[in-house]
Design a protein around this ligand. Structure first.
Ligand SMILES: Cc1cc2nc3c(=O)[nH]c(=O)nc-3n(C[C@H](O)[C@H](O)[C@H](O)COP(=O)(O)OP(=O)(O)OC[C@H]3O[C@@H](n4cnc5c(N)ncnc54)[C@H](O)[C@@H]3O)c2cc1C
Length: 471
């Protein structure tokens, strides 16, 4: 059976559903094909269940601050892991309702099954073959698990399986200390499990600034051990698994594999497109158009390996969907890079990374949150913020931080950077008292002092007001 449609979208995650929205503005002649469940990675096993687990963990962890606040009863606060996990799934079930309703709404224009390209205009789904004028690929990514870990069976968890557990064992090793690994390791530790974190490199949560990384490491190591800088090996020990690296070892009941995610492009037929694939099997994709070379095929979301985060997947879906229904390919400006990791202290990275900066032309403003007044009042005083500016003009270039409520300050900085503001522009804005943003202002003032011309009065000069006495 061969069908013919204007546009085929492969993958109904955030990117695919965003593409769908754009395609539907222009045509009803489309087919949306999705393998696995329709709930999206974000809602079913990504952003949302992970944050639900973290909230429960942070709520339970708060008992450690009771004595400092003068509160009693911390010792009688307990955790019921099955109930925590049940709440995660209840919330998850609510979040997936919207995307899961999509195939019902689309009827025959939605198809469940694994799609494979047969060429730039042809797609196969099992016995069915579809010819399409344009194709949007949005197949997402999956957790990386080394092949030989299969021998440890269900002792190996990933974020695909973690939230499905009805209970958790007492000791969990987390291998991989990127964003997801750090979030999950700290959450599990805060829920009272014995946790150890391993990584082959010394970086944490995707940070590249060594001083911020060290500040985060100090904070995390107060809660659970980290064994960094050496690859971890697994071996069977009784009914458990021992994780060993040159940095240390840990006897675990289960291991959470958090070594990153692999784009789902290895089995999707990219080799039929006639373009050169790189050593990871990825085709050339223009990040402003999402087009693969000059083909009528677009690659959006986690699958293109650009930035595996939700708002970027959504943007890319919209760009791909627009271009797949446009007469001419349009390039779209991408947003200022913004990454947040929901650890405590929260981690954020905005704009240029530390490792991308020209050390000679960059000034760095710094704020130590261990002395920040509002953070001390809240018993959350830890962390470090570093803001990078052009040493000559003070133009804001980037920032890395681990600080309480970094998610909010990161958005302010992203807004400023996207609008090309300088440190002086930002300092001219109001800062209320007492707020955590006063810590951000400390880093900005430090930066202002270090750019050419040194520090100046925060307020800008008023233009003439038209009253002689005031001019
Ligand atoms: C634990 C975790 C926590 C996260 N936390 C955050 C966070 O806090 N903030 C944030 O911004 N991001 C977070 N992310 C990342 C975010 O979830 C992803 O960037 C986003 O969901 C990717 O969307 P996508 O559309 O590219 O892929 P997906 O949502 O995975 O959709 C891809 C779809 O394509 C289907 N598919 C694959 N191959 C085929 C095929 N051959 N044929 C048909 N269909 C196919 C898949 O089954 C899937 O349904 C997190 C991810 C994880 C795993």
């Amino acid at each position: 059976m061969t069908d013919q449609v204007e546009v085929v979208i492969i993958g109904a995650g955030t990117a695919g559903l965003s593409a769908l929205r754009e395609v539907r503005r222009q045509t009803d002649d489309f087919l949306l094909i999705n393998a696995r469940d329709w709930g999206t990675t974000c809602a079913a096993r990504g952003c949302m269940p992970s944050k639900a687990l973290i909230e429960a963990a942070n709520a339970f962890h708060r008992r450690h601050d009771f004595a400092a606040f003068g509160l009693t009863g911390a010792d009688s606060v307990g955790v019921d892991i099955p109930s925590v996990l049940a709440r995660v799934r209840t919330l998850r079930d609510g979040f997936v309702k919207g995307p899961e309703a999509v195939p019902g709404k689309l009827g025959s224009r939605a198809l469940s099954g694994r799609a494979r390209l047969l060429g730039p205009n042809r797609v196969a789904v099992e016995a069915r073959e579809i010819t399409a004028r344009r194709i949007v690929l949005a197949p997402g990514s999956r957790p990386v698990v080394p092949k030989d870990w299969a021998q440890f069976g269900d002792r190996i968890l990933t974020t695909d399986t973690l939230f499905e557990q009805t209970d958790l064992p007492g000791r969990i090793a987390v291998v991989g200390m990127g964003a997801i690994g750090v979030e999950m390791a700290q959450a599990l530790s805060r829920l009272g499990l014995e946790v150890a974190g391993f990584d082959a490199v010394e970086t944490l949560a995707g940070l590249t600034d060594p001083e911020v990384t060290q500040a985060l490491r100090t904070a995390l190591e107060r809660e659970f051990p980290l064994y960094l800088g050496a690859p971890a090996e697994l071996s069977q020990s009784g009914s458990g698994v021992t994780v060993t690296s040159e940095a240390g070892h840990f006897a675990a009941d289960a291991v959470l594999a958090a070594m990153g995610r692999r784009p789902n492009i290895d089995d999707i037929g990219l080799d039929t497109l006639g373009v050169e694939l790189d050593d990871k099997g990825a085709p050339p994709v223009d990040p402003t158009t999402l087009q693969i070379a000059d083909l009528p095929v677009w690659l959006a979301g986690d699958a293109n390996g650009h930035l595996a985060i939700l708002h970027e997947a959504a943007d890319e879906g919209h760009i791909a969907g627009r271009n797949a229904t446009a007469d001419a390919t349009q390039a779209y400006c991408r947003r200022t890079e913004l990454v947040i990791v929901f650890a405590a202290p929260q981690v954020a990275r905005i704009g240029a990374r530390f490792v991308e900066l020209d050390p000679g032309g960059t000034a760095i403003g710094r704020a130590d949150f261990s002395r920040q007044a509002r953070a001390r009042i809240a018993e959350r005083a830890e962390g470090l913020m570093q803001i990078y500016g052009d040493a000559a003009t003070g133009k804001l270039m980037g920032a890395e931080m681990c600080a309480p409520a970094a998610e909010h300050m990161a958005h302010l900085l992203a807004l400023a950077m996207q609008h090309g503001l300088s440190v002086h522009d930002m300092l001219a804005m109001p800062f209320y008292h007492p707020v955590l943003e006063e810590g951000l202002r400390s880093a900005l003032r430090d930066l202002a002092r270090k750019v050419r011309g040194g520090g100046r009065f925060d307020l800008s000069d008023c233009p003439a007001v038209g009253f002689d006495a005031l001019d």
